[in-house]
Design a binder for this molecule. Structure first.
Ligand code: UTP
Length: 410
C-alpha cells in the first residue's frame, strides 16, 4: 500500500489535499482504509471536468441510420430464429445483466432488481428478467450463461437475494457475478466529497466498464473456455426485456454486422431517448439533448423521422471485437447528481438537489467503437417497460400496465 507521502503527492497533483485533512485524527485501521482508497481511485477522471475535455464538445458529423424493421423481421422470422437458436444451442451466446447502478431516481434503497413490482403477489424485477430468459431456455433447450454485474454497494444484497430465491428457477451453474469499478464524486468546484473522515465519496463508474470489469474479474477466461462468440448486454430495469432473443441474434449473425442493438421507433421527435445513427461513418448513439432541432425533425422521403430509432439498452457484441477494443479509451461523461457527503462540521448530509458531479462511462459508447451495428426494431409495447422513476413516465405504474398488457399476472 502507498505511504502517506505518496498519497499526499498524488492528491496535490489533482488539487485534492483536503482528503487528508483529518488524517491525524484517524485510528490505524482508518488510516489504512483511507490510503488504500486513495491508491485505488482513478483521479484522472477529474480531467474530464474541463470544458475542452467534455465528451459533448467532441462529437463528429451525424447521419441517420435505418433499421431492420418489424415488417422485415416478420418476413424473415424463421430464418433468423433458426440461426439464433442454433448459436444458443451451440453455446455461442452469453448474456450480461448490468445491475451495478444505484437506481437513485426510483428511490429504493436496495438493488433495483429486488424491487417487488407485483401487486397481489410477489414479483421482483430480477424475477421478470429471469422468467424472460427461461422462456428462451425452454424454447431452445439450452441454458444461456449469465454474468451479472453488481457494484461494491449492492453486491452482497444481490447475491444473497439470488441465493434466497433459488435463482428464480435458473440453473445456478450458469450464473456468475462480477463487481464493477468505482469513481470519485465531486462538488461543483471539482473537489472530491468525503463521506466520513476516512472515506472518499465513491460510486459505480457507469455501465461502460462492464467488459473491462469482466476481464479484471478473470471471467474472460471462462467466456473463452466456453467458446462464447456473442454477448448480449442488457439493463436491469426493463421488465419486458427479451434476453438472448434468438431472432435478434440470428438477424445480427446473418447480417454480418459486428454488433447489434434493439431499437424502438420514437413516439415523437422530442422523445428523450438516445438515437442510433452514424457518426463520422461509424455506428453511434446521439443523446436527445445533443440533437439539434433540425436533426430531431428531419424527415425521410417516405415521411418518417430520419433519426427514428431509439436504443433500449439491449446490445449484442462479438467477444473477439470486445477484446480488440478493450484498450481503447471510452469517453467519460460528467453527470450532475445528488451526492451524500460529510460537511465541514463532520455531519453526514443527504442533499435534496443536485450538488455535484459523478463520472461515468456508458455502454452505448461501445457501439461507436464497432465498425458496424445492426439496428433491430422491436415493438415497444412488447419489449420496453423501463422502471426508472417512482411515479410518472417510465415508472413502476407504467411498467405494471405494460406487464398486464403482456399477460403477466401481478
Ligand atoms: P441508469 O442509467 O438508469 O442508472 O442505468 P441507475 O444508476 O440504475 O439509475 P439512476 O440514474 O441512479 O436513477 C441503466 C442500466 O445500467 C446499469 C443499471 O443498473 C441499469 O441496468 N448501471 C448503471 C450499472 O450497471 N452501473 C452503473 O454504474 C450505472
Amino acid at each position: 500500500m502507498i505511504t502517506f507521502n505518496t498519497a499526499e503527492s498524488i492528491l496535490k497533483k489533482y488539487g485534492q489535499e483536503h482528503i487528508l485533512a483529518y488524517y491525524e485524527e484517524l485510528d490505524d485501521k482508518e488510516k489504512v482504509r483511507l490510503l488504500s482508497q486513495i491508491e485505488m481511485t482513478d483521479f484522472s477522471v477529474l480531467e474530464n471536468l474541463s470544458e475542452k475535455n467534455r465528451h459533448s464538445s467532441k462529437r463528429g458529423r451525424f447521419e441517420p441510420l435505418g433499421a431492420v424493421t418489424i415488417e422485415d423481421i416478420a418476413e424473415n422470422r424463421e430464418k433468423y430464429y433458426s440461426a439464433g437458436a442454433g448459436a444458443i444451442r451451440d453455446g455461442k451466446v452469453a448474456a450480461v445483466l448490468l445491475a451495478g447502478g444505484q437506481g437513485t431516481r426510483l428511490g429504493f434503497d436496495k438493488p433495483k432488481g429486488m424491487f417487488n413490482i407485483g401487486v397481489s403477489r410477489e414479483l421482483y424485477i430480477f424475477e421478470c428478467l429471469m422468467n424472460n430468459l427461461l422462456k428462451v431456455v425452454k424454447a431452445t433447450g439450452a441454458y444461456v450463461p449469465l454474468y451479472i454485474m453488481t457494484s461494491e454497494k449492492n453486491h452482497h444484497d444481490t447475491v444473497t437475494f439470488f441465493e434466497e430465491k433459488n435463482y428464480f428457477g435458473y440453473d445456478k451453474k450458469y450464473v456468475k457475478f462480477f463487481i464493477q469499478d468505482m469513481a470519485p464524486s465531486v462538488d461543483f468546484n471539482g473537489k472530491i466529497y468525503m463521506e466520513s473522515k476516512s472515506d472518499i465519496s465513491i460510486s459505480p463508474n457507469g455501465n461502460g466498464g462492464w467488459f473491462s470489469s469482466i476481464v479484471r474479474a478473470g471471467l474472460l477466461n471462462d467466456i473463452k473456455k466456453k467458446g462464447i462468440d456473442w454477448i448480449n448486454v442488457f439493463a436491469v430495469d426493463n421488465v419486458l426485456q427479451q434476453i438472448a432473443d434468438p431472432c435478434f441474434i440470428g438477424a445480427v449473425i446473418n447480417s454480418g454486422s459486428e454488433s447489434g442493438s434493439k431499437v424502438v421507433s420514437k413516439v415523437s421527435p422530442d422523445e428523450r431517448v438516445g438515437v442510433l445513427c452514424l457518426e463520422d461513418g461509424r455506428p453511434s448513439i446521439v443523446e436527445y439533448y445533443e440533437m439539434t432541432e433540425e436533426m430531431r425533425t428531419l424527415m425521410t422521403e417516405s415521411g418518417q423521422l430520419a433519426y427514428k430509432y431509439g436504443v433500449i439498452l439491449n446490445y449484442l457484441f462479438r467477444t473477439d471485437r470486445l477484446e480488440e477494443i478493450i484498450s481503447e479509451k471510452m469517453p467519460v461523461h460528467v453527470v450532475e447528481k445528488k451526492i451524500p457527503y460529510m460537511d465541514n462540521n463532520g455531519s453526514f448530509v443527504i442533499p435534496e438537489k443536485n450538488n455535484g458531479y459523478k463520472f461515468e462511462t456508458l455502454v452505448l459508447d461501445m457501439v461507436h467503437l464497432q465498425k458496424s451495428c445492426l439496428p433491430y426494431e422491436v415493438e415497444r409495447s412488447k419489449e420496453f417497460a423501463p422502471v426508472k422513476n417512482a411515479e410518472g413516465v417510465d415508472s413502476v405504474e407504467s411498467a405494471r400496465e405494460l406487464l398486464r398488457q403482456n399477460g403477466v399476472e401481478l
